[in-house]
Design a protein around this ligand. Structure first.
Ligand SMILES: Cc1cc2nc3c(=O)[nH]c(=O)nc-3n(C[C@H](O)[C@H](O)[C@H](O)COP(=O)(O)O)c2cc1C
Length: 208
């Protein structure tokens, strides 16, 4: 499918086919393609928790303002944004530094410079770490939704949930913030998706 068609086709779908599962291999492809998203210094400070189990989804639904799609969709992704993904010792920073050395983009003596750059930008204060985590995980989430759409799947992003409650219930370590949940599945047969809602025009978007 042409990417412009994917841009139009992707919708936040409210009704999922409860009879149709998402194939494991297909979901893996969707996630791997979604991870081609850009990120600050290529640090990719994101993780996913995948829920398929009905009991777990029922618990999550209660923590997500009882939104039925949480249990109706076969897959729920809990998107995790790593506030520590810029720090020395984090798997993000160490993996990207190793990759930069192997590809010759950086030399070993540039490590201190690299640590200084990420700390200066993202470790300035808690707001900077939070913004770093969320902007990158948000781009990943968007890329993931387009990736799913390109594979014929439907998605629905949700930030209507009890953040701290979800963290506690699913034992999410403290360094992660949860920007959104994403329901993934197929459209319930017979459902008509509402026409796409209001979008800002070009001139409305440009701040003069
Ligand atoms: C970060 C984020 C959080 C959202 N949270 C919810 C939610 O909790 N419940 C819901 O019904 N829709 C939620 N939505 C869906 C939006 O309402 C929807 O994307 C918007 O109306 C545009 O419609 P479209 O995605 O079909 O183009 C969320 C969307 C985003 C991007």
């Amino acid at each position: 499918m042409d990417f412009n068609d994917t841009l139009t086709k992707r919708r936040a779908v409210n009704y999922f086919d409860t009879e149709r599962d998402v194939d494991e291999a297909l979901l893996k492809t969707v996630i791997e393609n979604g991870a081609k998203a850009p990120s600050s210094y290529n640090l990719q400070p994101w993780k996913l928790k995948i829920l398929r189990d009905n009991k777990q989804k029922a618990v999550l639904q209660k923590l997500a303002f009882d939104q039925p799609k949480v249990t109706e969709a076969p897959v729920i992704l809990i998107v995790l944004a790593d506030r520590d993904g810029w720090k020395e010792g984090s798997s993000s920073l160490e993996s990207v530094f190793k990759d930069n050395l192997e590809s010759g983009k950086m030399q070993p003596e540039q490590r201190d410079w690299f640590l200084g750059a990420t700390t200066g930008l993202y470790g300035r204060d808690s707001e900077a770490s939070q913004a770093f985590a969320n902007k990158n995980a948000g781009l990943f989430a968007m890329s993931l939704m387009y990736s799913a759409s390109a594979q014929g799947l439907e998605t629905h992003p949700m930030d209507g949930f009890d953040h701290d409650g979800v963290k506690k219930e699913f034992n999410i370590p403290d360094n992660y913030w949860i920007p959104m949940l994403i329901a993934v599945g197929y459209l319930k047969p017979g459902v008509n998706v509402h026409p796409k809602g209001w979008r800002q025009t070009y001139s409305e978007m440009i701040l003069k």
